[in-house]
Design a protein around this ligand. Structure first.
Ligand SMILES: [Zn+2]
Length: 184
């Protein structure tokens, strides 16, 4: 399909139900950013640009492999007989949830100068079992101790669910820290 045809069809039929994610809603990966800058810079010698492009493609492949491993572990966790739980843990970007806030979670210039109340939101999702969301005071220390405590609460919840259903409790735990590895 030609690009022009795609754009026409997209605008005519898809835009009411499908939206492209706003690029500014998520921060860019540093590796992607640096390598893209290198290979897109016309002033950089061609061999360096090609080297950066090769590294960028390797990086994308490794990212995809990582996602594939995650998807497998997530599916295994949902299968009772696997006796495995996979928990992903992550915290929401506090800056986006300060009030008053922009409806599209952007940082407004005028509001950015104000002292705005904010809350910490941290999630632990045990696939196939439970999603635990913790709402924490702004002053709460958010280091590895906090994340481990939330993980412990999540694991206890899974164990209690298994016992109440009469199922055998999982004996293997996989924890995935999505962008919060410093907190694990
Ligand atoms: Zn990247």
């Amino acid at each position: 399909m030609r690009y022009g045809t795609f754009v026409r069809q997209w605008n005519a039929k898809c835009t009411l139900v499908l939206k492209f994610r706003d690029q500014s809603a998520f921060s860019q990966c540093d590796v992607c950013q640096e390598l893209k800058e290198q290979f897109q810079n016309r002033a950089t010698p061609m061999d360096i640009r090609l080297g950066a492009l090769r590294l960028y493609r390797q990086h994308l492949v490794s990212q995809y492999s990582d996602r594939c491993a995650f998807w497998s572990l997530r599916d295994i966790s949902s299968e009772t007989f696997s006796r495995t739980i996979t928990i992903i843990t992550d915290g929401a970007d506090q800056a986006k949830y300060m009030v008053p806030r922009h409806p599209q979670l952007r940082t407004c210039y005028r509001a950015s100068k104000l002292q705005r109340p904010k809350i910490k939101i941290h999630g632990c999702w045990a696939f196939g079992h439970t999603l635990q969301l913790a709402l924490l005071e702004e002053t709460q220390q958010s280091g590895s101790a906090m994340v481990q405590e939330l993980l412990m609460i999540c694991i206890e919840k899974v164990m209690a669910q298994c016992r109440s259903r009469g199922e055998v409790c999982p004996d293997t735990l996989c924890v995935i820290g999505d962008n919060t590895v410093k907190e694990l």
